[in-house]
Design a protein around this ligand. Sequence first.
Ligand code: AR6
Length: 187
Amino acid sequence: MDRFSIIVGDITQSDAEVIVNSAHNTLLGGTGVDGAIHRAAGPALLAECRSLGGCATGAVKLTSGYNLRAHYVLHTVGPVWQGGRLGEPALLASCYRSCLELAAQKGFRSVDFPSISTGAYGYPIPQAATVALKAIMDFLAAHDQPERVRLVCHSEKIADIYRQTWNIWYAPDKAHKMPTSTDDNRK
Ligand code: AR6
């Protein structure tokens, strides 16, 4: 799948046209990737967020990117992990799908996602990776836009879990496996 990749980095430095923020229902900022995006974008982002009336879990709201390299930010709200039987997988899938639907509708060419819900909201990364990758891969299989989607992980350890999950579900042929940080070909 040439349109999708898993990378390690700081999403606030992304060169994508639009980045996704893993926000709180209030859209008034917070810790983790949300705090980092607000710091990098500057106070005008919070001012625009204040006018949006919050965001439901699994939904998305669009703002400008202000001081970010990205032109826009898609703010989505992931579920808080409560054991997995309270609709968390469907809500997490909805975050990814809603962002991609809006990005396609707006004609955005490149979208970078963080690992939604897997920090403060406690979603176990292996389970989150399965849900996230299915939502992204299903969407890309059915739509021509966006042209490029990346999962930007904050550490190699997190990226390896996403890559290993991708390999289990989407790379039955070894030739198409996504390299992990422990693969020799990355040295
Ligand atoms: N670039 C990429 N990924 C990052 C960055 C970064 N700069 N910073 C952190 N991460 P979290 P959540 C990763 O806690 O679990 C906030 O207070 C981090 O390593 O940011 O969805 C909001 O306001 C982790 O893998 O978000 C909400 O209330 C991932 O981003 C709540 O936290 C998500 O961790 C959302 O919690």
